[in-house]
Design a protein around this ligand. Sequence first.
Ligand SMILES: *[C@@H]1O[C@H](CO)[C@@H](O)[C@H](O)[C@H]1NC(C)=O
Ligand SMILES: *[C@@H]1O[C@H](CO)[C@@H](O)[C@H](O)[C@H]1NC(C)=O
Ligand SMILES: *[C@@H]1O[C@H](CO)[C@@H](O)[C@H](O)[C@H]1NC(C)=O
Ligand SMILES: *[C@@H]1O[C@H](CO)[C@@H](O)[C@H](O)[C@H]1NC(C)=O
Ligand SMILES: *[C@@H]1O[C@H](CO)[C@@H](O)[C@H](O)[C@H]1NC(C)=O
Ligand SMILES: *[C@@H]1O[C@H](CO)[C@@H](O)[C@H](O)[C@H]1NC(C)=O
Ligand SMILES: *[C@@H]1O[C@H](CO)[C@@H](O)[C@H](O)[C@H]1NC(C)=O
Ligand SMILES: *[C@@H]1O[C@H](CO)[C@@H](O)[C@H](O)[C@H]1NC(C)=O
Ligand SMILES: *[C@@H]1O[C@H](CO)[C@@H](O)[C@H](O)[C@H]1NC(C)=O
Ligand SMILES: CC(=O)N[C@H]1CO[C@H](CO)[C@@H](O)[C@@H]1O
Length: 403
Amino acid sequence: MEFPADLVHAGANVEYKRPVLSVLKIITTTLVQMSNIVSIDLLAAATNPLYFQQLVTTNASNPTTIELLAYNNTFATDVLGSNATARQLYNLPWQAFHEMGTYNKPTNSIYVTSNWNGSSDNPINVTVIDLGNNYSISSTGYADLAEANGGTNWYPPGFQAGNGTYPPRLLFCDEGDFYNYSKLVSVDPVTGESEVVVSSFLGRNFSSVNDVRQHPVTGDIWFTDAQYGFFQNFRPVPTIPNQVYRFSPTTGEIQVVADGFDQSNGLEFSPDLKILYVTDTGAQHFSPNQSRPATIYAFDIIEEKTLANRRTFAYADNGFPDGIHTDLDGNVWAGCGDGLHVWNPEGILLGKIWVGVTSNNFAFLPGAVMVFSNAQLWIVEGIKAVGREICRDFGVCQDGQTY
Ligand SMILES: *[C@@H]1O[C@H](CO)[C@@H](O)[C@H](O)[C@H]1NC(C)=O
Ligand SMILES: *[C@@H]1O[C@H](CO)[C@@H](O)[C@H](O)[C@H]1NC(C)=O
Ligand SMILES: *[C@@H]1O[C@H](CO)[C@@H](O)[C@H](O)[C@H]1NC(C)=O
Ligand SMILES: *[C@@H]1O[C@H](CO)[C@@H](O)[C@H](O)[C@H]1NC(C)=O
Ligand SMILES: *[C@@H]1O[C@H](CO)[C@@H](O)[C@H](O)[C@H]1NC(C)=O
Ligand SMILES: *[C@@H]1O[C@H](CO)[C@@H](O)[C@H](O)[C@H]1NC(C)=O
Ligand SMILES: *[C@@H]1O[C@H](CO)[C@@H](O)[C@H](O)[C@H]1NC(C)=O
Ligand SMILES: *[C@@H]1O[C@H](CO)[C@@H](O)[C@H](O)[C@H]1NC(C)=O
Ligand SMILES: *[C@@H]1O[C@H](CO)[C@@H](O)[C@H](O)[C@H]1NC(C)=O
Ligand SMILES: CC(=O)N[C@H]1CO[C@H](CO)[C@@H](O)[C@@H]1O
C-alpha cells in the first residue's frame, strides 16, 4: 500500500506497512571500553578555539570510545564519582537506540525507540533491553503504535503506589504517518495490549508529538509537539504551532502551557517539581542549521498546572539538546551532538559523557546511565547521580523520598 502522491512532498519515498507485534531478533554481543575522567581547562579553551579538537582524538565516524569530560570539578567528585566506568554495549548496523528509554519493572527491561529508517516499509521499532539477561536486546512493535518517539512510564488514574496488581504502563509518543493520527499511546508491555490516550487538541491534529512526562503528584501528562514527521517525509504539512500541552487523563482537560518554540522537543521536571525544562531542537529541520536554537528553556510551574517566567537555561555547544532528564541534585542532563551534557541548576556546564556522535536520549538506572547514540548503546556504571524517576520506576528510593 502506498501513500497517495499528493500527500507526499518532493523527495519522499514512503510506503505504508502495518506495524508488527513480534520479536524480531535477539542479540547479546558486548564491546567493552573503560574510561577515566578528563579535566577540561576552561581558561585554555577560552583562548584556543582548537582546544577541544586537540583534546578528543577519537575517530568519531567509527566510534568505539567514550570519554568522561569534567568542565567543573564537581562532575568528577559529585556527579559521576570516582567509581564511574564507561563502556560500549552495542554498535549495530541499524539505529536501534534513539529515544524514550523507559524502565518497566514487571519485565525488568528498558524500552527504547529506534530511529526512522527512511521508509514506512521498515517502521520504527521498539528495542527492548533486558536488564536481567546481560543487556540482551530484541525488537518489537505494538498494534496502535505507528511511528514511536519519546515516552515515559504512565500510572493511569486509580493507580495506587505499591499496588503490584496494576503496574504502570508505557506511554509512547506516536508521531503518526500519512494515515494515522499523531497521538499518545499506552502499552502494557507484558501483554502487548495498546490503547490510544489522546489523539488531538480538541479536534485539531498534532504535528508529531515528541516527548512526554507524567507529573508524579497530579498524574497529569505533559507533552511536546514538533514537526519531525513532516521533516522526515512521513507526516503532512503541520497545521498547528509547536507547543507544550498539559492533559488530564482523569477529566480529558487539555491546555496549551507554552509556545514560541522553533521545535519543542524534550521536557522534564526539576526534582522538586517547581521547574519545567523544555528543549528546542530548531537547529534540525530538513537539514541542520546551527544558527537556529539548540537551547533549553526553563519555566516556573504555577500551582502544578501552568507555566510562567520563561528563561534561557542553557545552549548546547554541539548539536542540539534533545532528550532531557534531571537528577536528585537538580542537575539537568540532555542528549546532544557529541554525547550527554550535564548542567547544574544555574545552567553551568559541569561535564559531558562524550561519545563523539549524536546521542538523542538516555536512561538513568540505579547507579548507572545508558546513552542512546542510535547505532550505538553505551553505559556508564558506578555513578553517584540518581535520576529523578529512579524511585518511582525502579522502587529504589532515598530516605523520605515520596515520588
Ligand atoms: C555478557 O555478555 C558478554 C558479551 O557477550 C560476555 O562476555 C559476558 O560473559 C556476559 N555476561 C554474563 C553474565 O552472561
Ligand atoms: C575513521 O574511521 C573511518 C571508518 O572506519 C575510516 O574510513 C577513516 O579512515 C578513519 N579516519 C581516521 C583519521 O582514522
Ligand atoms: C566504589 O565501589 C565500591 C564497590 O562497589 C564500593 O564499596 C565503594 O563504596 C564505592 N565508592 C564510592 C566512592 O562510591
Ligand atoms: C535502514 O536499516 C538498514 C538495516 O536494517 C540499514 O542497512 C540502513 O542503513 C538503514 N538506513 C537508515 C537511513 O537508517
Ligand atoms: C527493526 O529491527 C530490525 C532487527 O531487529 C532491523 O533489521 C530493522 O532495521 C529495524 N528497523 C528500524 C526502523 O529500526
Ligand atoms: C490495584 O489497583 C486496581 C486498579 O485501580 C484495583 O482494581 C485493585 O483493587 C487495586 N488492588 C489493591 C490491592 O489495592
Ligand atoms: C487529521 O489526521 C487524520 C488522520 O491522519 C486525517 O484523516 C485528517 O484528514 C487530518 N485532519 C486535518 C484537518 O488535517
Ligand atoms: C539558517 O537559519 C537562519 C535563521 O533561520 C537563516 O537566516 C539562514 O538563511 C539559514 N541558513 C541556511 C544555509 O539555510
Ligand atoms: C562548579 O559546580 C558547582 C556545583 O554545581 C558550583 O557550585 C560552582 O559554582 C561551579 N564552579 C564554577 C567555577 O562554575
Ligand atoms: C498503528 C496504526 O494505527 N496503524 C493504522 C494506520 O493507518 C492504516 C490505514 O488506515 C491502518 O490500516 C493501520 O492500522
